[in-house]
Design a protein around this ligand. Sequence first.
Ligand SMILES: CSC[C@H]1O[C@H](OP(=O)(O)O)[C@H](O)[C@@H]1O
Ligand SMILES: Nc1ncnc2[nH]cnc12
Length: 291
Amino acid sequence: MTKSFLGIIGGSGLYDLPGLENKREVKVPSPWGEPSSDVHLGEISGLSVAFLPRHGEGHVQSPSSINYRANIDVLKRIGVTDLISVSACGSFKEELPPGHFVLVDQFIDRTFAREKSFFGEGCVAHVPMADPVSPRLADQIEAAAKAEGIAHTRGGTYLVMEGPQFSTRAESYMYKAWGCSVIGMTNMPEAKLAREAELCYATIAMVTDFDCWHEEHEDVDMTAIIRIMKDNSEKASRLVARIAADFPREHVPCPVGSDRALEHAIVTSRDARDPALLTKLDAVAGRVLNK
Ligand SMILES: CSC[C@H]1O[C@H](OP(=O)(O)O)[C@H](O)[C@@H]1O
Ligand SMILES: Nc1ncnc2[nH]cnc12
C-alpha cells in the first residue's frame, strides 16, 4: 500500500498555502534544473501536503520560463502521489463567469516554446494522454467544492496558449468556436509531465475574466484579473483544506491509469538506453526502469 501525498501547484494569486501545518521550506535538488521555488512541506488534517508556487516567490517566472520538468521532478522525488493544479483562467462561456471554478477534464496544447517531455534521445517513451485528468481526483475536488458551497462546473476544455500576451480577438473567437471552456498559459506541458511521472493530476481552473470575446464585458487585462484573484485565492485555499481533510490516506489506483502510465510506454531497448538520461530519470521513471 502507498500512502497518499498530496501536491498542490499554486498559480497566479496563490503563492502560499494557508492552513499548511508544521510548514518547512525545503530545497529539493533536481537533475532537470531549478524548480520555481523551494517546496513548502507540511500537513493538513494529518495528510502530507507539498505546495509549490508555479511562478516562484514574488511571481518571477513567466509561463514560458517556468521549468515545468524540474517542478514535476521535485514533487515526484519527495513522494507526491496526487497533484492538483490551481490556476487562473479566462472563460469562453457565459455560464462560467469570473469567480466560477471549472474542474477541467481536457486540454488543447497550443504552446510551442517549452520542454515537454522527460524522455527523448536515448530513452524514448510515449504515454497515453486521452484522459489527462484523473477522474477520481476530480471526484474528490467536486465533493469538496459542494461541501464548501463553491460555485463550480465539472468538465471542460482548457486551451493552453504560449503567452505571455493575452489572445487577439480573432484567436478568442476561434477558441470559443472550438468549444473550449477556459484559457490559460500553464497547464501544458505540466499535465503531460505529470503523466510521464505517473502522478494523478487534476486542475482547478479559477475564472478571472471573459478573455476578449464578450461584447458586454471588458477585454481582459491585469487590472480586471487582480480584482477577482484575491477572492478566488481565498476560496481555493478553503477548497484545498477540505480536499485534504477528506483525502483517502492510502493511494487509490487511478481509474485512467495515471499511476501506471509508463508500464508499456518506453520503446527504447534496454541495451540502447543512454545511461546519462537514465540517471536523470531516477525519480520520474525509477519504478519501471529498475524492474
Ligand atoms: C496573471 S494572469 C495570466 C497568468 O495567470 C495564469 O497563471 P496560472 O495558470 O499559473 O494561474 C495564466 O496561465 C497566466 O500565466
Ligand atoms: N484570458 C486569459 N488568457 C490567458 N490566461 C489567462 N489567465 C487568466 N485569464 C487569462
